[in-house]
Each structure stands twice: as structure tokens, then as C-alpha cells.
Design a protein around this ligand. Structure first.
Ligand SMILES: Nc1ncnc2c1ncn2[C@@H]1O[C@H](COP(=O)(O)OP(=O)(O)OP(=O)(O)O)[C@@H](O)[C@H]1O
Ligand SMILES: [Mg+2]
Length: 600
């Protein structure tokens, strides 16, 4: 269909095969769960719509009566009530439409909000590995444009689908009643309409899926370009990125044009059907009137009714397009909703009564979803309550992956991790994460106030708790910010320096007063002076808590009671710093990281 197809990156686990009619119908049917709370309003809406349809359908019949009555007989007296009837019906229809729109808007906008809330809540539950695999834009586009598509369908498509089908059926019945031979002829025109619609629907859904996925990719590009703006500017690659972005934007445009083209072709064929029918009806109707089989009034009514039929048929074009787009959009949402969170609470969580913090890795193995080999193998390590173990390893050896395991950001794929002898998978997630606190290598802060960032893990922390954590992390600089603790941090903490962000992230980890503290390279962005200060206060905290700390510098190793050397995903040695200094690989990692240390 177009030459950009090769570049189209499909969603994870999604095959770009066309979905069958049943699947598309099922996707639309899935939406009903969101509509059911609005049952009452929907019934009123449809009643209002039906009365509107009836009002507009009756008008031609009144006209028939006018033609056959007052006009034929020249009786002006009857004209006024009939005129008033037509006028009244028109006014009633307008009023009902306004009323329907009003309750419909409330229902539809609420449905959209509820779906978005559910989607967000589900995303929060999905594991880190899900988010690793899915581009942000794909999720963003689902939460925005796909939901708008569904809202449009609920707001217009669904209701007009029902209205038009009702109007179609009502008019056909009236036509058959008015003059059945011509009525049957018009009814037969339904068959090509259905056949055409089916063919169009299959083609359109395929292109609309492609377009919606491409929009997701485009959103990913936009998001990454915005968050990586410093890098692209520094490398002067703005124009190059713009070109790449435009290529993606162009793919979306091509798909949209394909959609318009499909709809246009479908539409012109669709228009042909009522127009042909009209020509036939006028021809055969005139003959019927000439032969006295039909009255003139009946023919006029017939033609007026037929005009009413034209819109439902023509409308089928955009209604189907809307329905197909909504089906695609809900399929894209269902894909995410159907992804069950892999890291969940156990059925009956074992409560931790006064956790002591004995953390044990027992033959732990970890392999990423689509990796060929495990990232961690046979990791066995027990950290006693209050003990601190430092993890030392070359870059890429699996240190960060190891630190993600105790708080169950990833689940082990072999062996187990226990806390006070209980497999962490048997503990409630919230409880586990209150006991085990983690500070990550990449200190992500949210665009909220410093206070909110700090108390993320413990919303009930007091000012004294916060102050103690800030002292410990040498992060008292926050008091010098324009609004102190209430200063809003820019998106991703951009308005703070790397070292400041790292210290806030460290404070955030300790403010929760965890029993087990996991720190992934917590001091990498600090100058030697600040590092020494943080180390000193960190030593105090680690004195009481169980610590697992990734370190790169010999000075930080001093914080630990024991050191574990991680090599190629497995623990090559565990012992004290001086014991491990006998191992060349260990000595090399620590000394390469700190050439001055080696010199001294
Ligand atoms: N989401 C992921 N999917 C697949 N592989 C991954 C993923 N994250 C990390 N890896 C791989 O796992 C290995 C270990 O990565 P890890 O981040 O634990 O290294 P590290 O020891 O922390 O390194 P550094 O010192 O640079 O922080 C690497 O080979 C990396 O490519
Ligand atoms: Mg790392």
C-alpha cells in the first residue's frame, strides 16, 4: 500500500495481521463494561433519539396528507393544523437533540476519564520489564489519542449507528407499506451496502491499526527528543533528529491519506446506491402513477421518505470508519490491559513481624525476558541484620540488576531471595518495599515539591525525619532553594545538579528508615569533600540497617563489613577488603576507578 511499511515498528507482541471481524466486534463489545453504569442515561438517550427519528419520519407522511388533502381539494382550512404539526414535530426533534447531546456529553466524558484512570492504574502495576519493552510513546498515545477515538465513537458513532439503523428500518417498513413493489426494490439495495461495508471495514481497520501504532512511535520520538534535548543540542544533531522525526511524521501522514482514500472510495460507491435507487423509483413510480397503481401523494411521500434514507446510507461511511478506529483503539488498550502484572502480591502474604533484616540470596539466577543467557548466575550471599556488604564489579557485570532484586523490581528466575528466612515473593509488596528501600544509579526525581519527592516512600514522615535524612545525605542545600522544601523541582529534576539530585535520592531512600537499604552507586556524582561527608553519615545509618551498596571507590568500600566481587553475573569472591585485595581483578576495578588512590 505504501513504501513506509518496512519501517513500521510494530508493538511488542503485536502482529500486524488484519484482525478478523469477530475480533473487532469483540473489541468494541469490551467497551460496554465502561458504558454499563450509564445504562439509565443511555436508555433515555436512545428514547430521545428514537422520538427524534419518529418525528422526522412522520413529516413526509404529513406532507402526503397535505398533498392528497388540502392541495388536491384546495381546502385551505386544513392547512394550518397540518403546518403546525410539521412545525411542532421539527421543534420537538431539535429539543430532543439538544437534550440528548447534553446528557451524552456528561456520560461520554466520564467514561473517557474512567478508562484513562484504569489505564494509568494498570500501568503503575505493570512490572519494570514491561516498561522496558514498551516505548513511552506507545503508552502515551494509548492514554491520549486512542481514548479520544473511543470517546468520539461513544459520543457520535455509537449513537448514530443505532439511530441510522433504526431510521433505515423504519423508513423501509414505511416504504413497503406505502407501495410494496417499490419498497422491496429499495430494501434490496441493503445487500450491496452490507457487502461494501464489510470489505471496507477489513481494509480500513488494517490501515487504522498501522496509523495508530505509527502515532505511538511518533510520540516516543517526540518524548525522547524533548527529554534528550541537551544531548542533541550538545552534539549539534538537531537537524538530523528533525529529519528523522519528519520521516516518522510522514509515515503517519501517508497512513492517514491511505485511510482518507479508502473512505473516499467506499463513500463514492456507497452514494451510488441511494442515487440509483432514487432514479429507479422515480421511473417506476411515475409508471405506477400513470397506471393508477399508486396515488400521486403516495409517490411524493415515497420520494420524500427515500430522501430520508439517503443520509443513513451515506452516514454508514463515517460511522463505520469511526467504529473501526474505535475497535483498533480498544484493541490497543486491551493489549495493555491484558498484560497481567507479573510481580504481584501473594495470595496470602506472610506478615513480617518486626523485621530484623536478614537478607539472603540463595542460588539466585536472573535472566531478562528475551536474553540468551542469564545476567546473574548462582548468586549466594547472606547479609546479617545490621551488616553492610559492598558489591564491587566491572561495568556491565550485573550490579544494578542485583540491586533491583530485593525490592522485587524484577523477580528472580532461579533460586530465591529471603528476608528473615521468608521468600520475598511471599511478602506483601507494599510491606516488602517499606522494609527494603532502594536508591538507584539514576536518581529520578518527579516534577513535584522537594518535600513530596523526599516522602515518596513514606508519606507520613515528619519534618524531623526529613531533616535527619537531609543531614545524612548532605542535602541541606534544599533550604537555600527559593521556597525551601516546597520548591517544585523541574521535570526530572533538571534544575538541580547531578550531585544534588543524587543526594536527594539518597535522602529519599533513608527517610523511610528502612530495615534494608539498597544503594546503587550512591556517591558517584559527588566531589571528594561531599563524598567524605556523606560517607561519614552513611556509616551511621548503615550501622543499624542491613546494607547492600554498590561501590566504585576504595574509600566507600570502607563503609562495608564485607565486600562481594561480582564478575560476569556471578559472585567470584566474598570477604573483607584486605582479603579481596589479593585478587587482581578486584584490585584492578577499585584502582582503575580511582587513579589517585593507586598513586598514594
Ligand atoms: N532491561 C534490560 N534488558 C536486557 N538486558 C539488560 C537490561 N538491563 C541491563 N541489561 C544487561 O544486564 C547486564 C548487567 O547490567 P547492569 O546494569 O546490572 O550492570 P552494572 O554492573 O550495574 O554496570 P554499571 O557499573 O555500568 O552500572 C548488562 O549486560 C546489560 O546490558
Ligand atoms: Mg549499574
Amino acid at each position: 500500500m505504501n513504501d513506509t511499511e518496512g519501517d513500521w515498528i510494530p508493538d511488542p507482541d503485536h502482529s500486524p495481521e488484519p484482525e478478523g471481524f469477530r475480533a473487532r466486534l469483540a473489541a468494541l463489545w469490551w467497551l460496554r463494561s465502561y458504558a454499563t453504569p450509564w445504562r439509565g442515561q443511555i436508555v433515555i438517550m436512545f428514547l430521545a433519539a428514537m422520538i427524534g427519528v419518529a418525528a422526522s419520519t412522520v413529516v413526509p407522511l404529513v406532507i402526503e396528507a397535505i398533498v392528497n388533502g388540502p392541495i388536491k381539494r384546495g381546502d385551505r382550512g386544513e392547512l394550518l393544523p397540518m403546518f403546525l404539526a410539521v412545525f411542532g414535530l421539527g421543534a420537538a426533534e431539535a429539543g430532543l437533540i439538544a437534550y440528548r447531546r447534553w446528557i451524552q456529553s456528561i456520560a461520554v466524558l466520564t467514561i473517557e476519564r474512567n478508562m484513562r484512570d484504569d489505564f494509568y492504574a494498570h500501568l503503575q502495576q505493570l512490572s519494570v520489564s514491561f516498561h522496558d519493552r514498551w516505548g513511552t510513546g506507545q503508552l502515551l498515545s494509548r492514554a491520549t489519542s486512542d481514548l479520544s477515538t473511543i470517546r468520539r465513537f461513544f459520543g457520535f458513532g455509537a449513537i448514530y449507528l443505532v439511530i441510522n439503523v433504526a431510521q433505515y428500518v423504519a423508513v423501509i417498513i414505511l416504504l413497503i407499506v406505502t407501495y410494496w413493489p417499490l419498497g422491496i426494490l429499495v430494501a434490496a439495495g441493503t445487500i450491496p451496502v452490507i457487502a461494501l461495508s464489510k470489505r471496507f471495514g477489513a481494509g480500513y481497520s488494517l490501515v487504522s491499526r498501522r496509523m495508530q501504532d505509527q502515532q505511538g512511535d511518533l510520540a516516543t520520538w517526540a518524548e525522547e527528543s524533548a527529554s534528550g534535548i541537551r544531548v542533541t543540542k550538545a552534539f549539534g544533531r538537531g537537524p538530523w533528529l528533525s529529519r528523522r522525526f519528519m520521516e516518522h511524521a510522514d509515515q503517519v501522514r501517508t497512513s492517514q491519506l491511505d485511510m482518507v482514500q479508502l473512505l473516499g472510495r467506499f463513500w463514492s460507491l456507497l452514494m451510488l446506491i441511494p442515487n440509483l435507487t432514487m432514479a429507479l423509483v422515480v421511473l417506476l413510480g411515475t409508471l405506477a402513477v400513470a397506471h393508477g397503481a399508486m396515488t400521486l401523494g403516495a409517490l411524493v411521500a415515497f420520494v420524500a421518505l427515500l430522501v430520508l434514507l439517503q443520509w443513513p446510507v451515506i452516514d454508514i461511511g463515517w460511522i463505520l470508519a469511526m467504529a473501526e478506529e474505535a475497535a483498533t483503539a480498544s484493541m490497543r488498550l486491551i493489549e495493555v490491559f491484558n498484560t497481567a502484572p507479573t510481580i504481584t502480591d501473594p495470595v496470602t502474604p506472610i506478615p513480617l513481624v518486626r523485621p530484623r533484616g536478614r537478607l539472603a540470596f540463595e542460588s539466585v539466577e536472573f535472566q531478562f525476558h528475551d536474553a540468551d543467557a542469564p545476567t546473574l548466575r548462582d548468586v549466594t550471599l547472606t547479609i546479617e541484620p545490621g551488616e553492610t556488604v559492598a558489591i564491587v564489579g566491572a561495568t556491565g557485570s550485573g550490579k544494578s540488576v542485583l540491586t533491583s532484586l530485593p525490592s522485587r523490581l524484577h523477580d528472580v528466575t532461579g533460586g530465591r531471595i529471603t528476608l528473615d528466612g521468608v521468600d520475598i515473593r511471599d511478602l506483601g509488596l507494599t510491606e516488602l518495599r517499606r522494609v527494603v528501600s532502594t536508591a538507584f544509579e539514576d536518581p529520578v526525581l518527579f516534577s513535584m515539591s522537594v518535600r513530596e519527592n523526599l516522602t515518596l516512600g513514606r508519606p507520613d514522615a515528619t519534618d524531623a525525619d526529613i531533616e535527619a535524612a537531609l543531614e545524612l545525605a548532605q542535602a541541606t542545600f534544599v533550604h537555600e532553594l527559593p521556597w525551601g522544601l516546597d520548591t517544585r523541582i523541574g521535570e526530572q529534576g533538571l534544575s538541580l545538579s547531578g550531585g544534588q539530585r543524587q543526594r536527594l535520592a539518597l535522602a529519599r531512600a533513608v527517610v523511610a528508615r528502612p530495615t534494608v537499604l539498597v544503594l546503587d552507586d550512591p556517591l558517584s556524582a559527588l566531589d571528594v569533600h561531599t563524598e567524605a561527608l556523606v560517607e561519614r553519615s552513611l556509616a551511621n545509618v548503615l550501622g543499624e540497617t542491613t546494607g547492600l551498596v554498590v561501590v566504585h571507590r576504595p574509600s566507600t568500600v570502607a563503609l562495608a563489613d564485607r565486600v562481594a566481587l561480582l564478575q560476569n553475573g556471578t559472585l567470584a569472591a566474598v570477604g573483607t577488603h584486605s582479603e579481596l585485595m589479593q585478587i587482581p581483578a578486584y584490585a584492578e576495578i577499585l584502582s582503575v576507578e580511582d587513579p589517585y588512590e593507586r598513586a598514594s
